[in-house]
Write a protein that binds this ligand. Structure first.
Ligand code: IVH
Length: 701
């Protein structure tokens, strides 16, 4: 029986082995591999893990140990064989078994009606059944399995010849290293699909790049394509690549032999093929596709799906309509460019062209001077864009940007707009180079560029721009979240001399503010109480608000959880900092410098004297105990609260956040588009399923 269908048995065995790992013997090794493969499948394909990461790691380590002691038992599809191969050589060029063609595009219902008319004519049929599925916006790949083992994977390349990226593809955990194609009588098969980086990982990765002063990727597609071409497989494995497999391009039948037993019949439709792939452990769009007869149903499904576009965890740029019957596909055949049996329907573009008019140079809170392109106003994905960061000199060179250029810009999802490229071929000769200033555009101090960095900096720490940006960051929503303060007030108070640096926020002279234009009693009261409330913000918000270089929200949380008082960091050496999760050499160095700088320490002391809590409240007692002893889990998108804020509220009130649905969970808080967690929770009676409103009502007023 296929391992994927042995759910009960594998879960039972997992539980036994987790409680008594010493009962695993060399003779159990293939079962242990099956168990690990199955948990990978639950996690990466089904998005519904049944054990924690730590539990998976425990079993994985046991397998690794057995294989280290008995190398002769290692199989090529063992879960250990994905990683640890180190540096890949240059990617060899390989010819595709079948050329990787692109699809014809359509943009509206009329295009689709036209396409159907031709297909009906060619096939001499009255109606056709279609399979409609998302058009994933990533990098296409080909996978070849021979005798049930993944034997080769390649990029699209020019469609005829691509790069052999087998080692990198093995880092994508939803790609099975082996699959029982033989049970369908298949000896060799080529499958096509799209490699993606989901929106959440893309955003986090880009934020990390920007924190390090490295220009971000313009879109998840470029990030995915770039990741497939990295030569260090360990780096590739950290990119969290995902895949959807959507097409079988070629297969050969196995020579019949007596031991094969009863063969499963090969599907005769495209949707059947995707079902087969799913059954064999691949992530195919089985749950996203729809089979419909007639183009009107296709159009309806496309409209329905486009509504969901923004809520999907990954980017799609349209839908693909395929003739479902494989025999009919063959009959319709190909033109020299694309198959006649499929057509892409493109959604509203999130790209647009514009003109680069001028460049302004802005000074950030770390003194980094960032060129910002002012562009002719253009509507992209529903938002008007007039300026775009162009990061640094190297980026300008790489993208070959000149003043006056026509440029292609993109705004994907909630990601900030980026320039994809310039059109050098459209230049008229009037374009001019972008000149970088030698002095700070705000304080005129000479700029400096550290040898190892791509960014020019103003190193005058009293530079007005930096001080103001530091304060704006401190009061911002993700940092101390001082409501009613905002950028405009920071600038006003700074200009009128009331605010010279961060601690002054807590010494504001409200009498003087009352005399300023636009400040009534109510707005002053609101501001005053927001400032007062911020004094007890959780420590990680204060740490993030301090704007220590390379310390984003995630690192701030790690840091906050590592101490009981912020000034404990005075006693941390770089090695101790490096031991913290996700803290690398650069980050550790920056934190160490910050907490060994007398001015910074004096500022922190000042803040404490002014009543700001430098304590880690989590390590102490919670503010309230309304939720004491209760466990919570959030699923789906919340409408009123940010997920991290909601989790923080649980902890502040004595409750606990758990990572998965189990009988240990008391409350599942369900937002929009909740998925498998909700389904699972419904099966456990003791779990209370509540919505966001109910949750808010549980909190103390
Ligand atoms: S089918 C021979 N299905 O779109 C037909 N393609 O312009 C093979 N793509 O190169 C392609 N999602 O990279 C197909 N569900 C889907 C797809 C898809 C994304 C990409 C693929 C292809 C391009 C076509």
């Amino acid at each position: 029986m296929n391992q994927l269908h042995r759910t009960k048995e594998l879960q039972q065995q997992t539980a036994e082995w987790l409680s008594a790992p010493s009962s695993i013997h060399l003779s159990n090794i293939e079962l242990l591999r099956d168990i690990l493969r199955w948990h990978e499948y639950r996690y990466y394909v089904q998005n519904d893990p049944l054990i924690s990461d730590a539990e998976y790691d425990r079993l994985y380590t046991i397998l690794q140990k057995f294989e280290l002691e008995h190398p002769e038992i290692i199989t090529p599809d063992s879960p250990t064989q994905r990683v640890g191969v180190g540096l890949a050589n240059d990617f060899a060029k390989v010819e595709h078994l079948v050329p990787m063609l692109s699809l014809e595009n359509s943009y509206n219902a009329a295009d689709l009606l036209d396409w159907e008319r031709k297909a009906l004519e060619l096939s001499a049929l009255d109606s056709i059944e279609y399979c409609v599925e998302p058009k994933f916006d990533g990098a296409s790949i080909s996978l070849i399995y021979e005798n049930d083992l993944l034997s080769r994977s390649a990029t699209r390349g020019d469609g005829t010849v691509g790069d052999d990226i087998t080692l990198n593809t093995k880092q994508i955990k939803s790609v099975p290293l082996s699959a029982k194609f033989s049970s369908y009588g298949i000896e060799q098969i080529e499958i096509r699909g799209e490699v993606l980086i989901n929106k959440k990982n893309f955003k986090a990765y880009n934020e990390k790049l920007m924190e390090e002063g490295i220009p971000p990727f313009a879109n998840p597609r470029n990030a995915a394509a770039g990741s497939l071409r990295i030569k260090d497989t360990l780096v590739v494995s950290k990119r969290n690549l995902e895949v959807f497999l959507y097409h079988v391009s070629f297969s050969t039948s196995a020579a019949p032999h007596s031991e094969t037993g009863t063969l499963i019949k090969q599907p005769k439709t495209h949707s059947g093929m995707l079902e087969m792939l799913w059954e064999l452990g691949f992530r195919s769009p089985k749950n996203e596709l729809k089979v419909v007869r007639g183009i009107n149903g296709v159009i309806k499904y496309i409209e329905e799906f486009e509504e969901k576009r923004d809520g999907l965890p990954y980017e799609i740029d349209g839908m693909v309509v395929k003739v479902n019957d494989l025999q009919l596909q063959e009959k319709l055949g190909m033109t020299s460019h694309h198959p006649r049996w499929a057509i892409a329907f493109k959604f509203k573009a999130r790209q647009a062209t514009s003109k680069l008019l001028s460049v302004e140079f802005q000074v950030g809170r770390t003194g980094a001077v960032t060129p910002v392109a002012k562009i002719a106003a253009v509507l992209v994905g529903g938002v008007t864009v007039t300026s775009i960061s162009i990061h640094n000199e190297e980026y300008i060179r790489e993208k070959d940007l000149m003043l006056g250029d026509t440029i292609l810009i993109e705004r994907s999802g909630d990601v900030i707009p980026q320039i994809v490229k310039s059109f050098a071929e459209l230049r008229t000769g009037e374009e001019t180079n972008i000149e970088f200033p030698k002095n700070c555009p705000v304080c005129n101090h000479p700029l400096f560029k550290p040898a190892e960095e791509a960014v020019w900096r103003c190193i005058n720490i009293n530079c007005t721009a930096q001080v103001v940006e530091r304060i704006i960051h401190f009061v911002s929503k993700d940092a101390m979240d001082i409501k009613n303060f905002g950028e405009a007030n920071v600038r006003k108070f700074y200009d009128s001399g009331l605010l010279k640096d961060v601690p002054d926020i807590y010494r504001l002279d409200f009498d003087k503010i009352g005399k300023m234009e636009g400040f009534g009693k109510k707005s002053i009261d609101n501001l005053q109480s927001a400032i007062e409330q911020s004094k007890s913000q959780p420590l990680h918000r204060l740490i993030f608000g301090l704007g220590i270089r390379y310390v984003g929200e995630t690192t701030a949380k790690t840091l906050a959880n590592s101490v009981t008082h912020l000034l404990d960091f005075k006693n941390f050496n770089e090695e101790q900092l490096l031991a913290l999760e996700d803290v690398g050499v650069k980050v550790a160095g920056s934190i160490h410098r910050f907490f060994h700088d007398d001015d910074n320490l004096a500022m922190l002391q000042e803040l404490e004297e002014l009543g700001i809590s430098l304590k880690n409240q989590k390590k102490q007692v919670a503010d309230n105990d309304e939720l004491a002893g209760q466990t919570f889990l959030f699923t789906g998108s919340l409408m009123q609260l940010k997920r991290t804020d909601a989790e923080e509220m649980v902890e502040k009130n004595g409750g606990k956040i758990v990572s998965g649905v189990s009988s240990k969970l008391n409350y599942l808080v369900v937002g929009e588009d909740a998925g498998s967690k909700l389904e699972k929770a419904k099966k456990i009676q003791s779990i209370k399923i509540i919505n966001e409103e109910d949750f808010i009502k549980m909190l103390p007023k």
